[in-house]
Design a protein around this ligand. Structure first.
Ligand code: F6R
Length: 591
């Protein structure tokens, strides 16, 4: 989703600094970009459609100590330089970058037009500098004008604003994250995501919902947008290193993060045991537990339904966060909501949390990003410790989420150590599996099937959510039409789609559902399906076999990894950039 990066302080290279910061936010997904620098009492704006990766930041090197920049992911208005941010006020003195959506912008724009304002873009954002301009004309107080403008907005926003006549940078937030990087030399970076400024600082402050900040680069003041009351903030250290957030020897983040699962699963498992027990106790004592997440994180929740059923004989309910709205009828103060989110910023997940909180229910979070909005709003947070995940396609976060959820299921039975041992053995087996020969075999398979426009994946029990997840991975990076099904559901409809040579991936373990799954694979083969088995053992029905270690309940953690690699190579061998999938964003902060 859109990225924001701003700087104010003693340095005079604010232009190159914010351009490089924006490049660090590319992974969020965007289609145009722009920058505004304050120089000699004027606001200088440059905007463009397309990618920022090739832009030479030295082109913005003219001395300046205050700049804001933005990568835009089009929502209102097409992809064009005109619609890119920053947007400026009618008199050209105010520049604003904005993430989120101002839902009542049409009404506000119509009112502004009747008062003589003319607009250059089709965006909701452009009304913001115009409203600030009006308020500023009344009071000549820039921060006060931003505060007054914010009171008109309905919807979600994280915004940065500069004024040609002010030596301050102002930020405000309701719904869309903004994090402040406290620079060692006293200046401040303000960005929508921590990796943007990891090369600059490891000390952050969080702007919370309903707050704004004003800074002159030497000091910073946080206040409530509505009341103006001061909100003192702590400085918080961040443990991620800049190297962790780089591609290193890999061509793409996606492959790097797939390979990192050798270590990230172990980090997820080596949790503070006391914290795992707290979560297990909360589930045991709750009157009903809901798991919610979106997309890939939602598939981890679905797999957890099986973990809790099989390992702990305990019922939990999964709902996609975007579908949770009407579940509030079932929520009571004794209910428990567990939210799973890599970024900790997903709007639908936050909404589910707010619904649960309004019912007095407890909310626990499993996330990867320390200090994310979800982690700050939850009653209790467990981190999966996967390290920064920058590829849009989530890989190592998923296996970390499943590992943690499986540990909790074991803890619920009082057998946390058994769960840990099982998962650490699985981690070691994954380490052996991810060798260069294995990767090459999958690349070769991708080359054999990459011209097929349809691909199906089947799984049963905990491999069923992995069939759904496989489809997401393949769709999002290769654009092949992929669909996942429960093996047993095939004959109820989907089998009609199978034609001669259609690639069908079957995800198997070595367990009580293996025989059923083999029958399903045979049904597909009888209709012409070309069966790619991902399984610990070879079976005669397979046309291709990708061997995986036998892992018992951890089988879904193991089985999804070859599919992630296949999805990656399907993208690359079809000439697509897996780190920049079309139409997608890493962190979905709009609803
Ligand atoms: C797919 C993918 C998305 C995310 C979803 C939730 O590869 O990454 O489906 O899983 O947008 O994001 P988080 O986990 O950040 O809440």
């Amino acid at each position: 989703m859109c990225g924001i990066f701003g700087y104010i302080g003693g340095r005079t290279d604010a232009g190159p600094l914010v351009i490089e910061g924006l490049k660090n936010l590319e992974y969020r997904g965007y289609d145009s970009w722009g920058i505004a620098c304050k120089r000699n009492g004027a606001i200088i704006v440059h905007k463009d459609a397309g990618k920022i990766s090739g832009v030479d930041s030295s082109a913005f090197a003219e001395p300046c100590s205050m700049a804001i920049a933005h990568t835009r992911w089009a929502t209102h208005g097409n992809v064009s330089a005109r619609n890119a941010h920053p947007h400026i006020s009618g008199d050209g003195t105010i520049a604003v970058v904005h993430n989120g959506i101002i839902e009542n912008y049409q009404e506000l724009r119509a009112e502004l037009e009747t008062r003589g304002h003319a607009f250059q873009s089709e965006t909701d954002t452009e009304i913001i500098p115009h409203l600030i301009e009006e308020e500023y004309r009344r009071t000549a107080d820039f921060a006060g004008a931003v505060r007054a403008a914010c009171r008109h907005f309905q919807g979600r926003y994280g915004l940065l604003a500069l004024h040609a006549d002010s030596s301050t940078l102002v930020a405000a937030r309701t719904g869309s994250p903004l994090i402040i990087g406290v620079m060692n030399d006293g200046g401040y970076c303000i960005a929508s995501d921590i990796p943007a400024f990891l090369e600059q600082t490891h000390t952050v402050q969080y702007l919370d919902d309903g707050e704004m900040l004003v800074t002159d680069g030497k000091s910073i003041l946080f206040t409530d947008i509505v009341t103006g009351e001061e909100h003192p903030k702590r400085e918080i250290p961040i443990t991620w290193s800049p190297e962790e957030a780089q591609k290193g020897e890999y061509e793409h983040y996606m492959l790097k993060e797939i390979m990192e699962q050798k270590e990230s699963i172990v980090r997820a498992v080596n949790q503070d045991e006391q914290q795992i027990r707290i979560l297990a106790d909360a589930i045991r004592n709750a009157k009903g537990t809901f798991l919610v997440g979106c997309g890939t994180a939602g598939k981890a929740c679905m797999a957890a339904e099986y973990f809790f059923s099989v390992i702990a004989k305990h019922h939990v309910n999964f709902a996609p966060a975007s579908e949770f709205k009407l579940y509030h009828h079932f929520l009571e103060p004794e209910s428990l909501l567990i939210v799973v989110s890599q970024s900790g910023e997903t709007a639908d997940v936050l909404e589910a949390m707010h619904i649960a909180k309004s019912k007095g229910s407890n909310v626990l979070a499993i996330t990867n990003v320390q200090g994310s909005t979800i982690s700050r709003e939850a009653d209790f947070t467990l981190l999966i410790n996967a390290g920064p995940e920058r590829a849009v396609a989530s890989t190592k976060a998923l296996t970390g989420q499943m590992a943690v959820l499986m540990l909790i299921a074991y803890a619920l039975t009082g057998k946390l150590q058994d769960g840990k041992t099982k998962l650490l053995e699985t981690g070691a087996a994954i380490n052996d599996m991810l060798n260069p020969r294995y990767i090459k075999r999958i690349e070769a398979l991708a080359k054999r099937i990459n011209q097929n426009e349809n691909l199906y994946i089947i799984g049963k029990s905990w491999n069923y959510p992995m069939a759904l997840e496989s489809a997401i991975k393949i769709q999002e990076v290769s654009y092949i039409h992929a669909e996942g099904f429960a093996g047993g559901e095939l004959k109820h409809g989907p089998i009609a789609l199978i034609e001669d040579g259609t690639p069908c991936i079957a995800l198997l373990g070595n367990d009580e559902v293996t025989a059923d799954m083999l029958s399903n694979a045979i049904e597909l083969k009888a209709r012409g399906g070309r069966i790619i088995g991902i399984a610990p053992q070879e079976h005669s029905v397979f046309d291709e076999w990708l061997k995986v270690p036998e892992a018992g309940p951890a089988q879904p953690i193991v089985n999804i990894i070859p599919v992630q690699i296949l999805a990656y190579y399907l993208a690359v061998t079809r000439g697509k950039d897996p780190d920049m999938p079309r139409n997608l964003a890493k962190s979905v902060t709009v609803k």
